[in-house]
Design a binder for this molecule. Structure first.
Ligand code: SF4
Ligand code: MG
Length: 329
């Protein structure tokens, strides 16, 4: 399978009062052409920062990539300048966020916002750009497309705004769409419609999608493969079927165990005890050890290496030391 994006040993850090805090620690994964890769974990696990690092969207923060590579096709993104990244963003890699109101400009009409990237990236003139915008709005299931172009974001419902965001994101035919919790702010019915739309568009255009979510139901529905993150690290990577069928990492097991199941009689759902650790004060050894029911002596001393298994699975946990294939990181 052709790899579209390859993130390798990525480290991103922030500086405050001259003190550097590393948030991403050696994040490694890849996305194949045409696949949906799920990036899961609790909030604070580094999922969003991973996607912002890929796009190099650190504006207004002290964030910077301190190590690692991000290969998109055969281009190295970590060494690209801001103006080079601007040509890639929107055109080759597009992004949609959880809350469209934060990314839509409230004082600009939908038309102006939608037409801008089309003019810039596709070089279309006014009339052609407008026709293209209308066809995209129809593609994402927006009725009265022509009228909507003259409306402001606040005149639309949350679901409609998210459709506009998707329209903006796909308007220049990106090869990779990064969707960060795209449906979290929406009610359940609209959520299902938006996910359905994303899946349809992805299949029709053979687009690759990096889907960031903390919702494992969404993962099961949408993804081909899954990367599980914890404390700024990838702790497990597997095909979606393998992940649900036989999760390896205790953290993944905890995440799956905390999803309510149909017909479940328990009063209380299994959930993972404790909280995600503070990035500036991480425990020694395995970062999950303080919350892990399977923790052994070594877990509190040494960080587990990433081990590879059959079917291209990866997992970083000392439990698998004996059955590991080879250590790859
Ligand atoms: Fe638990 Fe140890 Fe595995 Fe970490 S390495 S997840 S503490 S068993
Ligand atoms: Mg997030």
């Amino acid at each position: 399978m052709e790899k579209l994006l390859h993130v390798e040993m990525l480290e991103t850090e922030f500086t405050k009062d001259k003190q550097k805090t590393k948030i991403l620690h050696g994040v490694t994964f890849h996305i194949n052409k045409g696949e949906v890769l799920g990036l899961v974990g609790e909030s604070g696990s580094g999922k969003s920062l991973t996607s912002l690092s890929i796009m190099k969207l650190f504006k207004g923060t002290s964030g910077e990539i301190s190590r690692g590579n991000i290969q998109f096709h055969n281009q190295e993104l970590t060494t690209k300048s801001e103006s080079e990244m601007r040509k890639i963003r929107g055109k080759q890699i597009a992004m949609i966020f959880q809350e469209p109101m934060t990314s839509l400009n409230p004082v600009m009409k939908i038309g102006e916002q939608l037409l801008e990237p089309i003019r810039i990236h596709l070089g279309f003139k006014e009339k052609q750009a407008k026709e293209h915008a209308i066809s995209i709005l129809k593609k994402v299931g927006i009725p009265r497309a022509e009228e909507i172009l003259n409306e402001f974001p606040h005149q639309l419902s949350g679901g409609m705004r998210q459709r506009i965001m998707i329209a903006m994101a796909i308007s220049c035919n990106p090869e990779l769409l990064i969707a960060d919790e795209p449906t979290t702010a929406l009610d359940v019915t609209i959520q299902a419609q938006i996910l359905d739309l994303l899946k349809q568009l992805q299949q029709k255009e053979n687009m690759s999608v990096l889907l960031i979510t903390h919702d494992l139901g969404v993962v099961a529905e949408m993804c081909d493969r899954v990367v599980v993150m914890y404390a700024g690290r990838v702790v497990e990577e597997a095909d979606v079927y393998d992940l649900f069928e036989s999760p390896k990492h205790p953290y993944t097991k905890g995440l799956i165990g905390s999803v309510p199941k149909i017909g479940q009689k328990k009063d209380k759902l299994d959930s993972i005890k404790g909280n995600v650790p503070d990035p500036s004060n991480l425990p020694k050894g395995c970062k999950f050890a303080p919350r892990c029911n399977d923790a052994m002596g070594i877990c509190f001393e040494e960080e587990p290496p990433t081990m590879t298994f059959e079917n291209d699975r990866k997992c970083s946990c000392w439990l698998y030391k004996e059955e590991r294939g080879d250590i790859c990181v």
